[in-house]
Design a protein around this ligand. Sequence first.
Ligand SMILES: [Fe+2]
Length: 385
Amino acid sequence: MPFYHSLGKIPPKRHTQFRKPDGSLYSEQLFGTIGFDGMYSNLYHEQRPTQVKEIKKQYSVAPKIAKANNMQSYRFRGFQVPPENDYLDSRKVILTNSDCNIILAAPKESQIDYFYKNTDADELIFIHKGTGKLRTHMGNLDFKYGDYLLVPRGIIYKMDFDTEDNRLFIVESYRPIYTPKRYRNWFGQLLEHSPFCERDLRKPTELETYNENGDFLIKVKKQGEIIEMVYASHPFDVVGYDGYNYPYAFSIHDFEPITGRIHQPPPVHQTFETDAFVVCSFVPRLYDYHPLSIPAPYNHSNIDSDEVLYYVDGDFMSRNDVDAGHISLHPAGIPHGPHPGATERSIGKTKTDELAVMVDTFKPLKVTEEALKIADDTYYQSWLE
Ligand SMILES: [Fe+2]
């Protein structure tokens, strides 16, 4: 996705005869986005990727909305989401709008007997706890604590976890997720002032290829439903591909913070962008070094966006009583800022160890029933002395 990548075997010229050792043709697939205008890859399959054998169950996994029009600041205790065996069952939508779903998940088991494909949303999976391997039909990515996994829509994948102790923060985006445009030159290359560069983006280097026939279950997510489809050939049958559309990983620990003499605004933390929300990484960094600087943020009115902060690790200097796994939701339209005492407490501090992921959505977020199960209902009063 961020730049050209080639993996496995491909023919020298696209859309030409590419033959197997037995003389038969590999099956070419153009795998593109935004019609024929977006990023794309050309894949070469052992078998035709079109062999639907059976369409089985179809059922809703749409979030149940508890508050459609929310003006209350919330804290959600993310680690109170109970672990569940199955990866898809474990995914609980906490906040949602027509552009994205913000999800917490604590899956215990790897996907053994099915594949998964989200056909209308890119998935950004942040690994808070757990290690393992993201296996896809376009190659595999090892993951560990602090990794963002970016899985573009349409990628068929499985999550293999090493242990049962996993915590994920996931954003499903109906808008394509890109690196910030202002950090790229007109060729797409990340510029010198970008807080990360191409070397920090990990691309798939391991390709699993199976030329097998049988019954292969793919759970396909489309418009808030799962459609269970059985394919007649193994979905991981790609012998090679090239292009710009593929999954990749980026570690939050590789984000190089931008600091200044006075408090820097949130855009310096930006890591990903869409035209509907941004994702920012707050990482350990030196504080502002003006002699009269106040490291804690000023009160701010995010008039045009709902602000979701997912606390990962470290000490969260502007908040009282916030732990790892918590989410704060500060809705558009009302100001928020440091908790009582946090501004004074920050003066004279020289660095922070905080680690957090922020999602700012331009449309308001609806609060789900799953969110209220883990909500601190009094958080909105926490700025009172
Ligand atoms: Fe804020």
